[in-house]
Ligand binder design. Structure first.
Ligand SMILES: *[C@@H]1O[C@H](CO)[C@@H](O)[C@H](O)[C@H]1NC(C)=O
Ligand SMILES: *[C@@H]1O[C@H](CO)[C@@H](O)[C@H](O)[C@H]1NC(C)=O
Length: 409
């Protein structure tokens, strides 16, 4: 119904994977203030859930957990419209086809929420302020981005070989060009990044944005479709999709949720990393355009990772990926003993980069060691080789995977 080009690219939010509040009591206080605020403003947060560290380990990421059994379809939270950060246009009930109005608006409102005076700042504003700075790759230092692009086999601002195909975060440039935003101001930049990494549709939604992502364990969903519901009346709801036992973590899916149409097919592990700043657990999806390889990796009960080729692999494709593995070995040999400081990047970027390295290295290893029969059929296909009949729900311009032509190499 909408031209969803940009909205789709900001859909869905990020988790607490990257919250490293300097001390966890601060984060606990921020969270409990946030919950009290939602409850005291006409919203609902179930007392059957708790926001805490995974395994109660203070060094582990935080997540949302069931503290007692929860029924299938039970409501976990309702966030009233007034507490959701949205553009003034949307607040006034206007819907624009052009993404920029809403996106400028939501970034500006997020900035206002974060920079309000001590008397006016909301618990959500404080919570957003506590998030790590510039944590997605498009917002890293130039040195950090440069090294990341080398990892992917390319040169910053020029090219790369392995996904994600383009680490540049266009939101920041659109924020500058279309919104006249000040991209030299760190707080403006942080607001834009948080909108990229945490917004759902054109909304910044407290509480909702605290559920971690896992496509294998996804057990919550939207109660109301934000694309079609009168959220002014309903607020923003989160419900379970199955019965949950006490102690289980509650997970969202940031790309395969019940409203994630445009993201479903092509948006995989590299894109999750690029947009949200973390490496997802298995199942993972990888599209390697240069090799015309598209896979789903799943962890089995015995811990083994299984490779499911979504398009039959070719010898040429596997050879290309084997070479990439060797290149990645060289990359690690060259850089792993250096320090991030001597390279001019931040510790957060360095750790995040190696986390991605490990993930892509593992993926390439599983793929190249697979015993799947090799056939050349994929090279006879057109640029849409990766589209599987019946599995893609791609909108007309959502796919940003770099296309290769069969006879290019
Ligand atoms: C990237 O660009 C550089 C310089 O233009 C070139 O030497 C290199 O081969 C290119 N790499 C890829 C993967 O296209
Ligand atoms: C975040 O990025 C902005 C814009 O590049 C920069 O001004 C700011 O210093 C960065 N902050 C950190 C902590 O890297």
């Amino acid at each position: 119904m909408h031209a969803r080009r940009f909205a789709a690219s900001i859909t869905l939010l990020l988790s607490n994977h990257r919250i490293h509040a300097s001390n966890s009591e601060d984060a606990d206080t921020l969270t409990s203030n946030l919950i009290q605020w939602v409850r005291g403003s006409g919203g609902f947060v179930s007392d059957k859930i708790a926001f805490r560290h995974i395994n109660d380990d203070p060094t582990a990421p935080r997540g949302v957990f069931a503290v007692q059994d929860i029924d299938d379809g039970e409501t976990l939270a309702i966030i009233p419209w007034d507490l959701i950060i949205k553009s003034p246009e949307r607040a006034a009930g206007k819907v624009h086809d052009r993404w920029s109005h809403d996106d400028c608006g939501v970034i500006e409102e997020t900035l206002k929420a974060m920079t309000a005076s001590e008397d006016d700042i909301t618990p959500y504003g404080k919570y957003l302020l506590s998030q790590p700075l510039n944590y997605t790759v498009g917002f890293w230092t130039e040195a950090g981005q440069d090294l990341f692009v080398r990892l992917t086999g390319g040169i910053l601002y020029e090219n790369n070989t392995l996904p994600p195909t383009d680490i540049d975060d266009q939101l920041i440039w659109e924020f500058e060009k279309v919104c006249d935003g000040d991209v030299t101001d760190p707080m403006n930049v942080q607001a834009a990044m948080l909108v990229r990494a945490r917004s759902d549709y054109e909304y910044m939604v407290p509480i909702y944005d605290m559920f971690n992502h896992d496509n294998g364990k996804y057990n919550i969903q939207h109660k109301f479709n934000p694309y079609t519901s009168p959220l002014e009346e309903t607020g923003y709801g989160v419900i379970t999709t199955r019965k949950i036992n006490a102690g289980e973590e509650l997970y969202n899916s940031y790309n395969r949720c019940n409203i994630c149409d445009g993201y479903f097919d092509w948006f995989g592990t590299p894109e999750v990393f690029q947009h949200y700043g973390f490496v997802e657990n298995y199942p993972q999806r990888w599209l390697f355009d240069l090799a015309r390889v598209k896979v789903e990796l799943t962890a089995q009960d015995d811990g083994q990772v299984k490779v499911k080729f979504l398009v039959p692999p070719s010898k040429r494709g596997i050879d290309v990926l084997s070479k990439e593995l060797l290149r990645l070995n060289d990359f690690a040999n060259k850089y792993q003993h250096k320090s991030y400081a001597e390279l001019g990047m931040r510790g957060l970027e360095w750790n995040s980069m190696w986390e991605y390295y490990d993930a892509i290295y593992a993926a390439l290893t599983y793929i190249t060691e697979s015993t799947e029969p090799l056939v050349d059929d994929v090279w006879a296909l057109g640029d849409d080789w990766w589209v599987q009949e019946g599995t893609t729900k791609e909108g007309e311009d959502d796919h940003t995977v770099r296309k290769t032509s069969g006879d290019e190499l």
